[in-house]
Design a protein around this ligand. Structure first.
Ligand code: F6P
Length: 547
């Protein structure tokens, strides 16, 4: 079975949503809150350790009903079932999309080409567990008999961003191993990492699903050359392990077949941290914490798969996002975690969201006639308040924003946490209500500002408010809640891709730049500029003359 192929703009719900938008576009949320005091009660979802309040959106019950009708008209439920049951929903690559199977319990059955994949998943999980335990305990040693102190993850895109984000997010749970990430083909990046390392005590984890990615292979070769300045060829086997689907290429690189952690083509790179791609996570925080991360994701999978759309967190959030993207014309969304630990969440989700849904051809092979994709960006609060919040509050663009906060801090420093969270609540309230002329005038009176000065300042001090936000109040940042949070956004991506009638699991757009870079590299090596547009020729000639 293939995914449904329905242009969302041809549905009845879309037409009604257009009419509904015309009624709601000038409605003020502040007024809606004043009229209906049970708004927060109605528009929130409590699930496990998550409280998701979506009442501060420009919606009413009818909006939600129409958006859910849209989801029903495009057959979202059957698409969810197709995905979880291992159908080849990545149709342009003819593959299943089964990152969810990686976090399923051992007794589950997920069939790929008639074969249950759970036994092989658990075989690899056991290998990750055994390997992590040996490295962490010091039982596994380097070429001079010393225990490992440092781990370097060499990968890019999905083979870097997920592990890097989670290791950073879970550093409270970390052991003694120092974990580094090398991704950019920029030689200065790898050199800055190498200078911190001792080859005798460093383990290198090369992560590349294809094992053909230029950046990862170049960095791996540079690191191996550096390593061989102090060690012998046979020592490579002790210090280099790989995660890949391409066993032949990994073996050709010189990695011992016992040190290969397999993955599968039904796991997309940007959804792969749950596989052996997460090896550096397991090394950093121990296998049990890695497993808890997977359990948290699995709980979100069950919630997504089995909960009615009205109470289904990823579905509700995806629909709200469609509401702003396709009806209000919002161009981007911000994601503001109120914890420094999640500083890499936005860059991580940029790949997940923008590589998946940055598509302009529908599942019918024709250009879409509506907006798809979401530009996602963000930084932790409160830092971001002092950086770009001005534009969210008083700029000309509508930027729906997710606020992610935690009830409990990890070190128990209540004074800091109360201050942090007071900002968290204050921002969503300010974005909702803004500040009226009357309030500004009252402030002026208290400050003895009057006359021309007051008249001049007044328009600049008024905030229109009516800026939509979702608030996630989560009990505590743990491996499990983090797993649920990441899975939540993964499912939001899926729902939006289904509604936009696009294929979310390929990434052909990344290929063109790669192809051109390879042919330009040949020109750079040959010191000969071939035919390009005049700008590219001019720039290349300047580079070759001066390099
Ligand atoms: O950016 C394109 C991409 O194919 C991503 O989807 C992927 O995560 C990344 O490159 C790295 O690929 P690989 O794991 O095969 O090295």
């Amino acid at each position: 079975m293939t995914l449904p192929n329905i242009n969302p703009t041809s549905t009845k719900a879309w037409e009604k949503l257009n009419q509904h938008y015309a009624q709601l576009k000038h409605v003020s949320m502040t007024e809606m809150f004043a009229i209906d005091t049970s708004r927060a009660e109605k528009f929130h979802i409590q699930w496990n350790d998550f409280l998701v309040d979506y009442s501060k959106n420009i919606i009413n019950q009818e909006t939600l009903t129409l958006l859910q009708d849209l989801a029903k008209e495009v057959n979202l439920k059957s698409a969810i079932d197709s995905c979880f049951s291992g159908e080849n929903i990545n149709q342009t690559e003819d593959r299943a999309v089964l990152h969810t199977a990686l976090r399923a319990p051992q007794n589950a059955t997920v069939l790929v080409n008639g074969q249950n994949v759970l036994p092989e998943i658990f075989e690899v999980k056991n290998k990750i567990k055994g390997f992590s335990n040996e490295v962490i305990s010091g039982a596994r040693k380097g070429f001079t008999g010393k225990a490992f102190t440092d781990v370097v993850n060499i990968g890019i895109g999905g083979s870097d961003l997920g592990p890097a984000m989670v290791v950073e997010a879970l550093q409270f749970y970390k052991n003694h191993l120092n974990v580094h990430f090398v991704s950019n083909v920029d030689g200065d990046h790898v050199n800055e990492i190498i200078k911190k390392l001792n080859p005798e005590t460093t383990l290198f984890v090369i992560v590349s699903k294809t094992f053909t990615t230029q950046e990862t292979l170049t960095n791996s070769e540079t690191i191996r050359t550096w390593f061989l300045k102090s060690a012998k060829h046979e020592d490579v086997a002790k210090h280099f392990v790989a995660v890949s689907t391409n066993i032949q290429k990994v073996t050709d690189f010189g990695i011992n077949p016992n040190n290969i952690f397999p993955m599968w083509d039904w796991v997309g790179g940007r959804f792969s941290l749950w596989s052996a791609v997460g090896l550096s996570i397991s090394l950093a925080v121990g296998f049990d914490n890695f497993d808890d991360l997977l359990k948290g994701a699995n709980e979100m999978d069950e919630h997504f798969k089995t909960t009615d759309f009205e109470e289904n967190i990823p579905v509700v959030l995806a629909l709200l996002s469609i509401w702003y993207n396709n009806f209000f014309g919002a161009e981007s969304e911000a994601l503001i975690p109120y914890t420094q630990y999640l500083q890499k969440l936005a860059p991580y989700l940029q790949q997940g969201i923008m590589e998946s849904n940055g598509k302009s051809v529908g599942r019918d092979g024709k250009p879409v006639n509506y907006q798809t994709g979401t530009i996602i960006w963000g930084e932790p609060g409160t830092n971001s308040q002092h950086a770009f919040f001005q534009l969210i509050h008083q700029g000309t663009k509508l930027i729906p924003t997710d606020f992610i906060g935690f009830v409990k801090p990890l070190y128990g420093n209540q004074d800091h946490h109360d201050k942090l969270m007071s900002n968290f609540f204050a921002q969503t309230e300010a974005l909702l209500n803004g500040k009226t002329e009357a309030q500004v005038k009252a402030e002026f009176e208290k400050q003895n500002i009057s006359g021309e000065k007051a008249a001049f300042l007044l328009p600049f001090k008024v905030f229109t408010g009516n800026k939509p936000t979702n608030t996630f109040l989560i009990e505590k940042l743990t491996p499990k809640t983090l797993g649920s949070l990441i899975a939540l956004y993964e499912h939001k991506i899926f729902v939006q891709g289904i509604i936009w009638n696009i294929f979310s699991y390929d990434q052909w757009g990344v290929e063109l730049g790669k192809q051109l870079a390879n042919s330009i590299l040949d020109e750079i090596h040959d010191l000969k500029v071939k035919q390009h547009d005049s700008s590219t020729e001019f720039l290349l000639s300047h580079f070759l003359k001066n390099k």
